[in-house]
Design a protein around this ligand. Sequence first.
Ligand code: GCO
Length: 456
Amino acid sequence: MEKPALPRFPSDFVWGVSTASYQIEGAVKEDGRGPSSWDAFVAEPGRVLGGDTGDVACDHYHRYPEDIRLMAELGVDAYRFSFSWSRIQPGGTGPVNPAGLGFYDKLVDGLLDAGIAPSPTLFHWDTPLELEQAGGWLNRDTAERFGEYAQIVGEHFADRIPRWITVNEPVVLTMLGYGAGIHAPGLELGFGALPAAHHLLLAHGLGVQALRAAGASNIGIANNHAVTWSASTSEEDVQAAGLYDNIANWIFADPILTGAYPQELASLLPEVPEADMVVISTPIDWYGINSYNPMLVGAPTVGEAALMDGHELDASLPFSLRELQGYPRTDFDWPVVPAAFTELLVGFKERYGKKLPPLYITENGAAINTGVDVDGRVPDQRRIDFMDAHLHALRVAMDAGVDVRGYFYWSLMDNFEWAAGFSQRFGLVHVDYETQKRTPKDSYYWYQDLIRHTQP
Ligand code: GCO
């Protein structure tokens, strides 16, 4: 069968890959790194599938030169990693750990030498444990500490880092970390988690201001978004889906892009000072969207627990997540619906109009758990199909006028997938966790070909 034409993109389109500190670095007790909320969480029996931890992960802390070489051969323009806050400030506040900054100096300089733009996230869920124990993101002080941390990192790297991300996916940390107890810190507060959402957004705004004051530029956020479809046209389902859409999408985007929370949620959200909304909506240069699949939502189903990634959600929630049937699925059992990617992006343009800055896709990817075959290859054709279809869907959105400047595939390499441990493989590069051997998958060579095909 004729190989479908590769999607085409502008010659200055930014091609990248994404990772995160706790998911790949390992070396959790090395060179003065302080413990994070995830170090404590993985130590609690039953929290992570198979008892996996990020203690070693992909050993990126020691193997980053090889990983930079893999990225250089892949041909990416940019690499989205995250700083481990507790490597830089072991207690989350106070003096800097020179060895922690030193690791990131070597990583950043190695990337620059390889012609790859370092595009770090300041915070990707690994909250310094001391701050978590003082209330974490339920405590407004944590947002203030984050602003101080952003100033330290900004002042140290502003002259070398051309693109910045403040916070990764406040929605997931709020819902899974504080609401449903599936992620660190493992609290099950339901809607009582919403103050964490506000403090994470406040941290984002304080981070933007601190980075700019330190001379950094080209600043954005990486928010997770999914198109929300109602399970039926019944009033109950449509109402439940609307509530979920506001909670999962718009309370994390409206404050940043419009300076106000969605009116529909006024009764659910904590009273907040108007000055906070000014900080949260500090202008950004671009908006990052992490997106994987749409969500099907309906009214609570009596007796049937709502599941998220296989975990039961509180049955008293005023909505239930339903299984979206009739689509191919990843090995993580997520539906593959490229058209929903187009719908999401066009929806952003329609919702925000001129208030929407340029977009980057800061994460998109699939867990396809194909291993290394007898020939030493990883024939992950389903990941290639996923990427091809989603890049065509992205092209459709761009042709409809959505201003997208780049795409970062999640992830460069297989890594620690939070509560699922190492069971799910999102990488373009296979990692054998026994030997730490890296094996580029067929999808790595497909992406390499796409990048070459598009680059000038
Ligand atoms: C997220 C996180 C990543 C995940 C990836 C696959 O979006 O949840 O940013 O850390 O590993 O998305 O779930």
